[in-house]
Design a protein around this ligand. Structure first.
Ligand SMILES: Cc1ncc(COP(=O)(O)O)c(C=O)c1O
Length: 454
């Protein structure tokens, strides 16, 4: 038995993946063996374009020995020191560099281990904040249908993708949801601006229904990524932020996907949507997926408000063994250095029109695609293959859209991420124009195959 088949045999009984199906006898994942640029190779040496960029995270592409060297050098010099009683050079430097790139006065960086723990820490901070401000009843967090914020208990509780919560308990107390903001769900005679009015009004009505004195925070991804690259209507971000200000509700912008260049800016909140949140969460692109790390970034204003209280001590007793991990921080510093040297943000801005033009063109070319939507280097195809006569098979087919495209694309050397009736992609930001054309040529051939066979 060769090493790879041995590994496959060990994997099934021992390695439990995220979203694992315990009923399946074997999960049969391909074995990833190496990566180079936008490509990932499997155990047989076959090469695929990594359409989702790992999991929206390998922003600088694979094979960056510079990042690997930074990790290795730091691990040799100082692999760990307790953040409870030491500081370390990479973490302190990285906090400063992040603060220089965040909007407004978001200068206080609390390092976490991933996106979920960044969200959890943000939510715990908000509760802590209002407790110290002597408003302990101000606890409810408003989130949105189709939002995704992670897999820890609190983060999962504010995530609005029902499929992710099957048979899993979540908090229902102090969590409240707003309906899907996807503009394509509006009536045919409704304009996008009327849709925006409706969604903004819904937030305000929800606050009034709950009582503003009970609402602590509104949590929103600028673009609902895992929900299917949903782009809220124009003006929505700014107007929801204004409402939050009116009722003294904190605005948490979850930039775990949009941060670090995905939309051509360090952060999307201010540069694209013209808002300065109270808290920003980030992860993924922060270390380009080379090593885990996340961050919860808090404004000076919130810190100042805490300092102005009469309490003698304001200890935020939330933290992780690996908060400010020196090795992860060294990777984060290298990522920022490379992005600046290679002008990654400008590169993303310059290739986005081609990426979005080729994406949008799909909508007119294929009847099985209901919508091709995207922004920056985020793309999503939503299927429309439920043309069968019975409602049941129509639903079943729609459900299969993502996996049908995924299979057809994989054969041709492209990985995309199927999500029920959608497939999403967010390639490494380093992708060239030529590679964008290859990606979309493969996608179109795959769509042609599926269109001809269903
Ligand atoms: C917007 C958003 N927030 C939070 C998370 C959770 O991040 P992690 O999986 O690193 O815990 C994700 C993960 O995909 C995400 O997309």
């Amino acid at each position: 038995m060769d090493t790879n088949s041995k590994l496959n045999n060990w994997e099934d009984p021992h390695y439990v993946h995220p979203w694992h199906d315990f009923k399946k006898e074997a999960n049969h994942f391909a074995l990833a063996s190496k990566g180079e640029g936008i490509y990932i190779y499997d155990q047989n040496g076959s090469r695929h374009i990594d359409g989702p960029g790992g999991m929206w995270c390998v922003n600088l592409g694979y094979g960056r020995t510079e990042i690997a060297d930074a990790i290795s050098d730091q691990a040799k010099r100082l692999p760990y020191c307790s953040p409870w009683y030491y500081s370390n050079e990479p973490a302190a430097n990285l906090a400063k560099k992040i603060a220089e790139r965040t909007p407004g006065d978001l200068n206080n960086v609390f390092f976490t281990t991933c996106g979920s723990t960044a969200i959890d820490s943000a939510l715990r901070f908000v509760q802590f904040y209002f407790n110290f401000l002597d408003q302990p009843q101000k606890k409810t967090v408003i989130a949105r249908d189709k939002g995704y914020h992670g897999s820890t208990y609190f983060a999962a509780s504010i995530s609005g993708k029902e499929r992710d919560k099957r048979k899993l308990d979540t908090l229902s107390e102090n969590v409240s949801f707003l309906s899907d903001v996807n503009p394509n769900l509006r009536d045919t005679n409704e304009t996008e601006s009327q849709w925006c009015d409706k969604k903004v009004t819904e937030l305000e009505e929800k606050i009034l229904e709950l009582g503003a004195e009970n609402v602590a925070a509104f949590v929103a991804e600028p673009i609902l990524a895992s929900g299917g690259v949903v782009i809220p209507p124009k003006g929505y971000h700014k107007r929801t932020k204004t409402i939050c200000e009116k009722y003294e509700i904190l605005y948490i912008s979850d930039e775990v996907v949009t941060g670090f260049g995905r939309l051509g800016h360090w952060f999307a909140s201010e540069e694209i949507f013209d808002i300065i949140p109270d808290i920003i969460t980030c992860a993924k692109g922060l270390t380009s997926g080379y090593i885990p790390m996340g961050a919860t970034i808090i404004s000076n204003k919130l810190m100042q408000n805490l300092q102005n209280t009469n309490y003698e001590e304001i200890i935020f007793s939330n933290g992780f063994t690996y908060s400010g991990h020196p090795v992860s921080a060294a990777a984060g510093l290298k990522v920022i250095e490379i992005m600046e040297r290679e002008n990654t943000l400008q590169h993303v801005q310059s290739i986005t029109p081609l990426f979005q033009d080729r994406l949008k063109a799909i909508e007119t070319k294929f009847s099985i695609v209901k919508e091709a939507r995207g922004i920056g280097l985020l793309g999503c195809l939503e299927g429309n293959i439920g043309t069968s006569t019975t409602e049941e098979s129509k639903l079943k087919k729609d459900y299969d859209f993502g996996s049908l495209i995924d299979k057809a694309a994989e054969k041709r050397g492209l990985i995309i991420r199927p999500i029920i009736n959608m497939c999403v992609f967010s390639p490494p930001l380093t992708i060239t124009k030529e590679e964008i054309n290859i990606l979309f040529d493969i996608l179109e051939e795959s769509l042609k195959e599926v269109e001809n066979t269903i």
